[in-house]
Write a protein that binds this ligand. Structure first.
Ligand code: ARG
Ligand code: GLU
Length: 720
């Protein structure tokens, strides 16, 4: 009877999940979403996508490096991902003579494929629900403030225990991981196979791969060929092995077929990949906190920093190259925060989350479950109580630690001081070398003291404007005491007198190292003071963390109980997920509609030879003029470039395969529109779009532009 009652109630309370919302876990897909996917046009069976006991599409989807997704597209281990995911590797192989970033790179034989030490590709072999096991183990933990239930170190320890050391030794390259879901209400174990020999096969020039650069980043309509081609190698038995000449291309369990048919508006589309982090289960108070502290601080501080960087970059071509990547990294998260705040305000996220909370309160009262009301008031109180600390911590992080590069000078110099004092020549020599290496790593070819000093001046002023003097790192009081509050004079002094202030200063110190020179060094004192303040803030916030995590876990459990746990997907946590929806344009503003497909016409419209972001390579223009699109064109004289879809994706989904109703590859995800980034908190059906390179553009660039069409011979191209 009680059971019937609760089923009745949960039918009344339908979860507010939008049709295309959700980053679904594969083992739950069948019960949760499969019928809806088929209704939307999917022609596959659930086991085609994910099957615990046989090869399925999921076996072709990999973690690429540390934070991107990739997909296997040939029986010889070819992998596709984004240009911005392979950027580090392309850069690493580049020099003045071979500038692969500018010119692109194409291996014309397998012998020319370039190894990338440190780069790994990870397959997910097995996914198991281990909730019962973990909860049982957690009972042994008697500390009420323990956060083991969320601790990766603890959970991975359990994973190894469950699997057995012997199994792992017998299976080289295999690793196991347990991840917490729904705030620690459920646990899944992932058995992974990690391949460390991954070679660069091909990359378009940045003028294609990164066309539109920062101006177009997070924007639709888009026109970038954001892809790179790699190949996975294994030992002769197909096992993971470090780079060796004797390694051979991996024969994967599964590779994706590639569709030449293209996409139409409203076509079914699905994406698999590794979304990194979302906050769907925020309460209204956390939404406001995110807007008023996290996002606001980031937007304000980065605006100030980027303006100085840009001025310097425009003045000096050397600085432009040096700061290109740092600037891009800075604007990426900056634009995201702007989109996030836009969505929070315009789409009333506080209200949306408050409605959900209120629903839970009513339900909990009726079901006599006071713990959920309690959890909500704890969350409300914590957000209030940590306000000041959180603001200080975000300001310190954005304006000082991330913003000012010299906060990262090598500042642990005690070993060297001691060695000098004790006249221990051997240690002194080693420590001095260590310091020199540290300095060279800090002041690398992309570091400009001139830019750093200019940035430091504006950021320190902003920091001091917003943070009371007694809440700043202790050493900052020098600015008032010795420099009468003159920040510029203070910064100039740092560069003039620190051993890290210039190459000249460091050389002098290196020749005559002295304890005095180290102990009074103003940049070292500055960096140490910042680190201490950072630690102090983290310690102070730690008190809130345990209570917060516990209340959050309880709140999410309440929602799962209220809606029934089939209805909701867990927040992203860089585990393998599937999201589906439709190829679709959108209306960003009154009377404006954006189509879902862009073409080479748009590349030519945006062309600007005087702006590096919009230079179109000569060869591409020739192909455009000749309309030489082969089997990749649209048939109406146009060449497809990008399309967008309603799939619910986030950071980490870069490089993710986008598949049609038959499970064939139609594109590679690489971005989201800025109107849709609020979807990390609340999915926006009318606004959120994944931005995807059309696979026909990828093939066209490989074949027609680069003349590397031989690579297509190993792919399964489907033209009907
Ligand atoms: N916005 C995309 C993402 O979040 C692309 C970032 C790289 N591109 C750039 N112009 N910064 O990763
Ligand atoms: N560019 C993002 C990535 O690197 C994807 C964009 C998004 O946040 O959806 O994963």
């Amino acid at each position: 009877m009680k059971r019937l009652l609760s089923i009745g109630l949960s039918l009344l309370l339908t979860s507010p999940v939008w049709a295309d919302e959700g980053m679904w876990l594969l083992p739950l897909l069948k019960q949760q979403k499969f019928p809806e996917m088929q209704a939307l046009g999917l022609k596959l069976q659930d086991y085609d996508i994910y099957s615990p006991d046989s090869a399925s599409i999921k076996d072709a989807v990999v973690i690429f490096g540390g934070g991107c997704t990739g997909e296997v597209v040939s029986p010889d281990g070819l992998v596709l991902t984004n240009h911005h995911c392979g950027y580090g590797q392309i850069q690493q192989h580049s020099s003045v003579e071979h500038d692969y970033l500018t010119d692109g790179f194409w291996a014309m034989t397998r012998a020319e494929e370039l190894p990338n030490p440190g780069l790994k590709v990870t397959f997910i072999d097995k996914i198991e629900d281990v909730t019962e096991y973990v909860l049982e183990e957690l009972k042994k933990d008697t500390d009420p403030n323990s956060m083991n239930y969320l601790s990766p170190a603890y959970l991975n320890g359990l994973a190894v225990e469950k699997t057995g050391e012997k199994y792992l030794q017998d299976h080289p390259g295999t690793e196991v991981e347990i991840k917490a879901f729904y705030g620690g209400n459920k646990y899944y174990m992932f058995t992974k196979k990690i391949y460390p020999d991954v070679r660069l096969v091909g990359a378009p020039p940045s003028s294609i791969g990164k066309f539109g650069a920062d101006t177009d980043n997070w924007m639709w309509p888009r026109h970038a060929g954001d892809f790179t081609v790699f190949r996975i190698y294994a030992d002769v038995n197909g096992n993971p092995a470090e780079y060796s000449e004797s390694n051979v291309p991996l024969r994967p369990k599964r590779w994706l077929k590639i569709s030449l048919k293209g996409v139409q508006e409203n076509d079914f589309a699905m994406m698999m990949g590794f979304p990194g982090r979302t906050n769907k289960y925020y309460t209204s108070w956390e939404v406001a906190e995110r807007r008023d502290i996290d996002n606001t601080v980031r937007i304000n501080v980065r605006e100030i920093r980027q303006q100085v960087m840009l001025e310097e970059m425009l003045k000096d071509p050397v600085v432009r190259i040096q700061y290109f990547s740092k600037y891009a990294g800075s604007t990426n998260a900056y634009k995201n925060s702007i989109g996030s705040n836009w969505a929070i305000n315009k789409r009333n996220f506080e209200e949306v989350k408050r409605e959900e909370q209120d629903k839970l309160l009513v339900w909990a009262a009726r079901m006599n479950k006071p713990e959920y009301k309690e959890a909500l008031s704890v969350l409300e109180q914590i957000v209030k109580d940590r306000k000041d600390l959180r603001f200080r911590s975000w300001m310190l992080d954005e304006a000082i630690s991330r913003g000012i590069e010299f906060t990262r000078v090598p500042s642990s110099v005690e070993g060297l001081s001691t060695a000098i004092r004790q006249k221990d020549t051997e240690t002194r020599k080693n420590e001095l070398e260590r310091l020199k290496n540290g300095y060279e790593r800090f002041a690398d070819k992309d570091y400009s003291p001139v830019v750093d000093a200019k940035v430091a001046k504006v950021l320190l002023k902003e920091y001091r404007r917003l943070i009371p003097a007694d809440k700043q790192p202790a050493y900052f009081s020098t600015i008032d005491k010795q420099f009468k509050g003159d920040v510029d004079a203070f910064v100039d002094h740092l560069f003039k007198s620190s051993i890290f202030g210039s190459e000249d200063n460091f050389r002098k110190f290196y020749q005559h190292p002295s304890v005095k020179g180290l102990e009074n060094d103003p940049m070292i004192l500055f960096a140490q003071a910042v680190q201490q303040e950072k630690q102090a803030l983290a310690d102070a916030l730690k008190d809130f963390d345990a209570a917060y995590a516990n209340a959050h876990r309880t709140y999410v459990r309440g929602l799962l109980e209220m809606y029934g746990d089939q209805a909701n997907f867990p927040d992203a946590n860089f585990s393998l997920r599937l999201t589906y929806g439709q190829v679709k344009g959108y209306a960003p503003r009154d009377a404006v509609y954006y189509d879902c497909q862009t073409t080479l016409e748009g590349v030519m419209e945006k062309e600007d030879p005087d702006n590096w972001e919009f230079v179109v390579p000569e060869r591409l223009k020739e192909l455009y003029q000749a309309k030489d699109y082969g089997q990749y064109g649209l048939g109406n004289g146009r060449m497809p470039v990008n399309f967008c879809a309603t799939t619910h994706s986030t950071g980490g989904n870069s490089g993710s395969p986008v598949l049609n109703a038959n499970g064939e590859l139609i594109g590679i995800n690489f971005d989201r529109n800025w109107e849709g980034v609020g979807g990390d908190i609340q999915y926006l059906p009318d606004y959120q779009r994944s931005i995807i390179v059309d696979i026909r553009y990828v093939l066209f660039i490989i074949d027609k532009y680069a003349g590397a069409g031989y690579l297509l011979n190993e792919m399964d191209l489907m033209d009907q």
